[in-house]
Design a protein around this ligand. Structure first.
Ligand code: OAD
Length: 243
């Protein structure tokens, strides 16, 4: 199909459908200046996930892990939502049954104004005490002490994000999976589809009969599940699909 025709068709389809689920990944925040994980310039090209994003790495060297998260918090604090995030806010406002499941921990969807969001990989602004279990939001950049300690009990705080080998926040994946299964249209944006169980949401939606639309710079592990794939920047394609 011709690209202009495809854009028009998907734009109309997104207007008609009342149950829409969206899955986003690092690509949606790339144009806000936040590095992705895989691909050119990706964080996992420079850093080893085993040394920074696992419970074992944190047990071994909490200060090193925290230095990396503190650096990322600084990048994120300086970033603003881009037209891709804003298009998803418009989509939510006109769709009665909508859920945005994001793998991003940057909070930019919420900052843009999205409300029905589940952050299936957690939130980098949340600090969780490994001793007393309390969680609190802390937006200090940089953090005054590394590694940070709990103001209530003095225990070691960890970032409120999901690490490799950990399960997702209880309820978050179940909510995303229910929305994916119930969706008439499923939009998958800026994710390589390399991490489970997030990637499986696209398959769940597809198997339940959703029309799957992919937006990505390049082909991904999920492209074969898409009814239509738009190749390009989320910050340009999403505003064309959701004007
Ligand atoms: P990746 O870095 O693996 O993939 C980013 C995807 O976005 C790639 O497929 C790129 O082609 C695409 N992309 C890059 N820039 C884009 C743009 N401007 N517009 C559209 N697409 C673009 O990121 P994720 O798939 O989100 O886990 O990674 C999944 C998880 O792996 C992350 O949540 C993180 C990481 O380890 C945790 O933190 C638990």
């Amino acid at each position: 199909m011709n690209k202009t025709l495809e854009t028009t068709e998907v734009r109309k389809l997104l207007r008609r459908k009342v149950r829409i689920c969206v899955l986003t990944g690092a690509g949606v925040s790339a144009e806000s200046g936040i590095p992705t994980f895989r691909g050119a310039g990706g964080l996992w090209r420079k850093f080893r996930p085993q040394e920074l994003a696992t419970p074992e790495a944190f047990a071994r060297d909490p200060r090193l892990v925290w230095e990396w998260y503190d650096w990322r918090r600084g990048l994120i604090a300086a970033a603003r939502p881009n037209p891709g995030h804003e298009a998803l806010v418009r989509l939510e406002r006109r769709c009665p049954n909508f859920l945005l499941a994001t793998q991003n921990v940057d909070g930019l969807h919420l900052l843009a104004g999205s409300k029905r969001v589940v952050s299936i990989h957690g939130d980098i602004w949340e600090l969780h005490c490994t001793a007393c279990g309390r969680s609190r939001e802390d937006r200090a950049v940089p953090l005054p002490e590394l590694p940070p300690t709990c103001p209530d009990c003095g225990g070691l705080l960890r970032p409120g994000v999901v690490w490799f080998g950990e399960s997702l926040p209880p309820g978050a994946f179940a909510a995303a999976a229910a929305a994916a299964r119930g969706a008439e249209a499923f939009l998958v944006v800026g994710t390589a589809g390399a991490v489970e169980p997030a990637a499986s949401l696209t398959r769940l939606a597809r198997e339940a009969g959703a029309f799957v639309v992919e937006v990505n710079l390049e082909s991904s592990a999920l492209s074969s599940l898409a009814d239509v794939s738009f190749r390009g920047k989320a910050g340009e394609i999403l505003p064309a699909l959701v004007p």
